[in-house]
Design a protein. Structure first.
Length: 387
C-alpha cells in the first residue's frame, strides 16, 4: 500500500495541543507527528464505532499476543504474554510505579538530560530526583558507569528511570549496555523502570534492546513500558503495556495500576492497538524512510546555512537534538526569541536538565515541505539572534 507522508491533516481548532498556535506559527516542538496514522488502524477504529455500544472492556489474549508478536517480529525478542499488563499510557504507568515501588522521600535515579515529564512523575509524588548525568564529549553521549554504580549503591535510590532509547538525545543503547544497567540495578536492589516508547523509531543502525529481554537474575528487577502511541501517532488513544517478567514485581505493578485506575481501556484502545501491531509493519517502514529523508535534509541544510550549530542526535526518535552553545548557553531564551521573530516553535533543551541549556530539540516528524519551512525560520531566527 502507498502511504501519504506528503500531506499533513489540518489540526487547527481540533483541541490539538501542538496546533493551538497563531496562524503564522509553525509548531515543531511537542512529540507528536504531523502524519495521518496508518489507515489500517483507522479502519479498525471505524469498525469498532459501527458496533454502536461501548460498555466496560478488558484486553483478552488477542491483545497480548499482538504485543508479543510485534516485539518478536520487529525486535527479535518475544515477551511472554503472562508478563503483560494493560495500562492507559507510559507516563501514567511511570507515576503509578513510582508510587508503588518507591517510598516518599526516596531518590529516583535518572540520566540527564532526559525526558522532562520524568521529573513530574518523581517530584509530584514526593520523591527526589537523583541524576547520574550522561557524559558528553562534544559529539555524543555515553554512560558514566562509575558514577552510575556509585549512585545505585547509595542508600535511598529504589528506582532507576531508564529512557530506552534515550530521549532527547536519540541514543540507542547496545544490548551490552542494557544488560549491564540491569545487572547493576539488580546488584544494588534497585528496580529498573524502562520507558521504551521510542523503541520502534530506530531510524538506522542496530536495533534497541528491550529491558525485558535481559538475561540472568537481573530480569527479576526490570519493568518495560511499551506503547504504539509514538510509533503510530496515536497519543490520544491512551494505550500501553507494562511488561514485567518477575511475578512478584508484576503483582506489585498490577496493584498500583489498578489502585490508580490506569488499567482500563477506552472504547478504541484494544482494536487500534491490535491493528497497529498486527498490520502496521509496512507503515512503520515507510515512516522510517521519510524520517531518514527529513533528517538528511536538515543535516545538509544546517551544515551549509547554520554551521555554528551542531547536530548531536543519535539513531532513534523523530526528534533532533542540536547543540547551540556557540550561539547561546540559554536555550530557553533562544527558543523564545526564535518563536517571537519567526513563529517557529521548538523545545528549549534546558527543560531536560543536565547540559540541556546548550541545546534545542526539533520535531522532524512532518512532511518535508514543513521541514524546509522550519529550517528557513530557524536560520532566520539564529541570524537575527546573533545580531
Amino acid at each position: 500500500m502507498q502511504y501519504d507522508f506528503e500531506n499533513a491533516p489540518d489540526r487547527s481548532k481540533t483541541d490539538s495541543v501542538k496546533w493551538d498556535v497563531k496562524s503564522d506559527e509553525l509548531p515543531m516542538w511537542i512529540a507528536d507527528m504531523d502524519f495521518k496514522t496508518a489507515p489500517e488502524i483507522i479502519e479498525a477504529m471505524q469498525q469498532k464505532l459501527t458496533l454502536g455500544a461501548f460498555g466496560y472492556e478488558f484486553p483478552q489474549a488477542d491483545y497480548f499476543n499482538a504485543v508479543a508478536d510485534w516485539y518478536e517480529t520487529e525486535h527479535n525478542h518475544r515477551p511472554q504474554t503472562n508478563w503483560m499488563i494493560f495500562t492507559t499510557g507510559v507516563v501514567p504507568a511511570i507515576s503509578s510505579i513510582v508510587r508503588r515501588i518507591s517510598h516518599i522521600g526516596d531518590n529516583v535515579l535518572v540520566q540527564e538530560p532526559v525526558y522532562n515529564i520524568f521529573y513530574n512523575s518523581i517530584l509530584n509524588n514526593g520523591r527526589h530526583v537523583l541524576s547520574s548525568d550522561l557524559a558528553f564529549d562534544g559529539k555524543s553521549y555515553s554512560i558514566n558507569w562509575a558514577d552510575l554504580a556509585h549512585n545505585l549503591a547509595a542508600p535511598l535510590p529504589t528506582l532507576l528511570l531508564f529512557c530506552n532509547p534515550h530521549h532527547p538525545v536519540g541514543k540507542v543503547w547496545t544490548s551490552e549496555e542494557v544488560q549491564k544497567i540491569a545487572d547493576l540495578c539488580h546488584q544494588y536492589h534497585v528496580t529498573l523502570l524502562s520507558d521504551e516508547i521510542h523503541g520502534d523509531l530506530v531510524r538506522q543502525g542496530p536495533d534497541y534492546t528491550p529491558a525485558f529481554s535481559v538475561t540472568g537474575e537481573a530480569q527479576n528487577s526490570v519493568i518495560s513500558l511499551v506503547s504504539p502511541s509514538k510509533t503510530f501517532n496515536v497519543a490520544a488513544l491512551h494505550s500501553a503495556t507494562a511488561i514485567v517478567p518477575n511475578e512478584n514485581l508484576r503483582n506489585m505493578v498490577n496493584r498500583g495500576l489498578n489502585s490508580d485506575e490506569v488499567a482500563e481501556p477506552n472504547l478504541l484502545a484494544i482494536p487500534a492497538t491490535i491493528a497497529a501491531y498486527e498490520q502496521g509493519h509496512d507503515w512503520l517502514n515507510a515512516l522510517k524512510k521519510q524520517l531518514k529523508q527529513n533528517f538528511a535534509y536538515v543535516q545538509n541544510f544546517i551544515e551549509k546555512n547554520i554551521p555554528e550549530v551542531q547536530i548531536i542526535s543519535g539513531n532513534a526518535t523523530y526528534l533532533m537534538w542540536i547543540d547551540v552553545q556557540k550561539i547561546s548557553t540559554d536555550s530557553q531564551e533562544l527558543a523564545e526569541f526564535i518563536r517571537q521573530e519567526t513563529g517557529l516553535i521548538i523545545s528549549a533543551g534546558s527543560v531536560y536538565r543536565g547540559n540541556g541549556h546548550d541545546f534545542i530539540r526539533i520535531n522532524l516528524a512532518c512532511p518535508l515541505t514543513m521541514v524546509k519551512d522550519g529550517m528557513q525560520r530557524l536560520a532566520t531566527g539564529i541570524r537575527k539572534y546573533n545580531k
